[in-house]
Design a protein around this ligand. Sequence first.
Ligand code: XIL
Length: 382
Amino acid sequence: MKLPRRDLLRYGFLSAANAGLASVIGCGKKASAPAPKQAPTREITGQWSLRAVAAEHRLLTGFAVDPKLLQDPHYAAVVREQASLIVPENAMKWGALRPAPGQYSFEQADILLTFAEQNRIRLRGHTLCWHRSLPSWVEAIDSAQEAHRQLTEHIQTVAGRYAGRMHSWDVVNEAVEVKDNRPDGLRNSFWLRLVGPDYIEAAFHAARAADPAALLSYNDYGLESETYDAEQKRSAVLLLLRRLKARRVPLDAVGIQCHISARPMYSYGPGLQRFTEQVREMGLQIFLSEMDVNDRNADRTPERQDAEVAQTYNRFLAMALAERAVTAVLFWGVDDGHSWLRYENGRDDQTRPLLFDRDLRPKEAFYAARAAMEARSMPPKP
Ligand code: XIL
């Protein structure tokens, strides 16, 4: 599928850094370049769906999904039509799975797996080890041995239950926090305090043993922008990844959350590109794992708000997808009405950070993200 030139131009895609891609998308000066098919570009199903366009450019794509919302046939239809990969927004966290010691409640997680398998969608697990979403009975644990036992048993049970059926698991989430001032860059989290820094490797080994087929990822945020803080965080994460690789910890991928912002706060570019290149050189895949565009600081006039969000999606994805190690793009929610950003940092019901509006209509952001995927240039398959 080829999107018309006007779509690519609209999102600034043919400008600056990516001018060289003109011939790839079939609208360059080369006489041999195929003419773009004039598509009904507002069409979003079938070959015009996100999953179809992504597949042509060697990507899986989809959303963080709430199993309860799948009861809405309209929501379910959008996920079915657009996604080739989904992830539970909350349903596979400890807070959802572990009501009490020794107890597991898998109903909501199972709903997602069934939905995914019925619709040829891959499922990514999130997350086996995190400092947040811990039930109070876990936070009350006070011995290293018991914390280690609970962590590995949890991973054996949860990853074991879905073994062979998962695309990937976020084994450890957000384990780096530069501001905690440790030489190893690790967050002074519940698991670190109780078990010590080796909790990370213990988690990965347990996950591999429980599900040898799933890709195992380390996932983190704050890695994206050109700020000093992000550069520090990238260094600390690279240090962790190198340490894990040197110790032969089973690790296949890095999730870069991509909770990014529309102007004017941040820019994105070389820092992230250098990071993803180094991650690729370690032999790891990259997932853009939780993308949304925070529009808190955007122009909130009706005509500008969606345009700024769309342009941020397009520019960021055009830059990030140039890295061939990126194999998946997930958006953190389907529609603006259910974005976590409505409740993050105070209530904000006017935020429009996702690809679909509250009525599940595709927004400019949808077309902008799709155009960036469509314009992705990849080396030929070996
Ligand atoms: C968020 C969910 O979206 C919210 O519904 C929940 O209340 C808190 O967690 N990084 C992550 C995700 O890895 O798990 C978080 O999800 C968002 C930030």
